[in-house]
Design a protein around this ligand. Structure first.
Ligand code: ADP
Length: 440
């Protein structure tokens, strides 16, 4: 490695400092971070996480060429070893920067397949993986192309994230209005829309899989349960890992996820996969992101299950350093072992996303403060507060709070989540219409 300073440095694009995991992992890994905050985030220089060595303001969405140039200049003045992001829309930009500067990365073409849901579907299908019937809709008038699919059908933006705009159409009759609505929502919420995907609804429970790849070897770290959301909109809810599934089904998931890395060409770095088990048994990928998921929540989950510092390993790979030993392997340069069964979980970890449970002006959020003192709870990340206005779907406002917790096993996690359902409450102003309550 050629560097002026002994401490490896990475540029971290668009990570909020309120979500601490990746900063903490960088510190443990001895990696310095040049933080590129989100343009809308005011970061106070005095309260930056210790791993942050500098702050660089860029807006790659408003001025991509300017952002690339600024990073190129910065690299010439003071070289860094890599660039990373946990923000899905920034994955192609990061791939472009690293390719331009000759730094470790997945490259632009692979990033395209991991970020554009049309390309992802095409590449997974070409590799013979389980893919539901799908069509790409390059303009709203293309909606009729989706009428031949088997309903229900899910319509979503090609470049979406956080389920924004993702909507289920129950029948061909509602297809045109759903496509129009998803197009409108994507325009207003994502700022740009250059196409949608319509695909058959995969019926079965949902799972998230956290993996780490290094030089083409893929290690599946954890498989967690994500509920069974039925739509028409897909607000995220629970995430409990490890999932309780028969060994054969877990093996099938690991095989499918490993094969998807190969199909998409993701040989290095972390991935976050979402899939459903059709008929409760057959894994169908919904998407695979070439990043740590959930703004770092995926690190919390995978580390809680394996005892491995997932984000630290991912940051090392991004800096061109071999990951340390993983799991029970002997120390030394790691080889990650494909779809082999992983070591036994060291514990259970979970995220509970407090549901909005209605919309309007929030008057009170109760139950969260008590949780901060609960020994099972490591973090309560609150994002909405009294006074904030929650808009009804599809105009999604955001999640009220995350409750991240660790437990001895998944049965205890389930019990804790049942308790949270009644312990945390959001009240809205009386003039609010609650007819959408309970909508997932
Ligand atoms: P995003 O990247 O915006 O999160 P996803 O493709 O992951 O978009 O879709 C968001 C959610 O919508 C998924 O987590 C899942 O619950 C639901 N969903 C998307 N596609 C399908 C599908 N084909 N079948 C069933 N549910 C789906």
């Amino acid at each position: 490695m050629t560097t002026d300073s002994p401490r490896p440095t990475l540029v971290l694009v668009y990570q909020r400092t309120s979500l601490p995991w990746v900063f903490e992992s960088a510190e443990r890994a001895g990696i310095g971070l040049v933080l590129v905050p989100r343009p809308d985030e005011a970061v106070s220089e005095e309260r930056l996480p210790p791993a942050v060595v500098d702050v660089l303001r860029l807006d790659f969405e408003a001025d991509r060429a300017g952002a690339l140039e600024a990073l190129r200049r910065r690299y010439e003045e003071s070289p860094f070893q890599g660039v990373v992001t946990l923000y899905d829309p920034a994955v192609p930009f990061v791939a472009e920067v690293t390719e331009l500067l000759g730094l470790p990365g997945i490259g632009r073409d692979v990033a395209l397949g991991a970020q554009d849901k049309r390309v992802m579907r095409e590449r997974l299908a070409a590799a013979g993986l389980n893919v539901p019937g799908f069509v790409r809709l390059d303009e709203p008038a293309d909606w009729e192309k989706a009428a031949a699919l088997t309903f229900p059908v899910v319509v979503k933006p090609a470049h979406g994230f956080s389920s924004l705009g993702v909507t289920k159409a129950e029948s061909a009759r509602s297809l045109k209005s759903v496509v129009d609505e998803v197009w409108r929502t994507s325009e207003s919420k994502l700022g740009r829309v250059d196409g949608l995907v319509a695909e058959e609804y995969v019926d079965g429970p949902e799972f998230a899989v956290e993996s780490l790849a290094y030089r083409g070897d893929v290690r599946v770290l954890s498989i967690g349960y994500k509920g069974d959301p039925q739509g028409p909109h897909f607000e995220e809810g629970v995430y409990r890992a490890p999932a309780t599934l028969p060994d054969e089904v877990q093996d099938d998931i690991r095989r499918e996820v490993t094969a998807a890395h190969e199909a998409l060409g993701i040989t290095d770095g972390p991935t976050h996969t979402e899939l459903r088990l059709r008929g409760g048994v057959t894994p169908y990928l919904l998407e695979m992101g070439a990043r740590i998921g959930g703004s770092g929540v995926s690190h919390y989950i995978a580390s809680g299950v394996t005892g491995i510092d997932f984000a630290a390993q991912a940051l090392r790979i991004a800096a061109g350093i071999a990951p340390g030993p993983l799991g029970s392997e002997p120390p030394g340069p790691a080889t990650l072992s494909g779809s082999e069964r992983p070591s036994e979980p060291v514990g259970a970890a979970a995220n509970y996303i407090v549901p909005c449970g209605g919309y309007g002006r929030i008057t009170a959020i109760s139950g969260l403060d008590e949780l901060r003192d609960d020994p099972r709870v490591d973090h309560v990340v609150q994002m909405l507060f009294p006074g904030d206005v929650v808009k009804p779907y599809p105009d999604f406002t955001g999640y009220p709070a995350f409750v991240l917790s660790r437990h001895a096993n998944t049965a205890e996690t389930e019990e804790f989540h049942r308790y949270l359902e009644s312990a945390v409450r959001i009240d809205y102003a009386d003039d609010t219409d609650h007819s959408h309550e309970g909508q997932a």
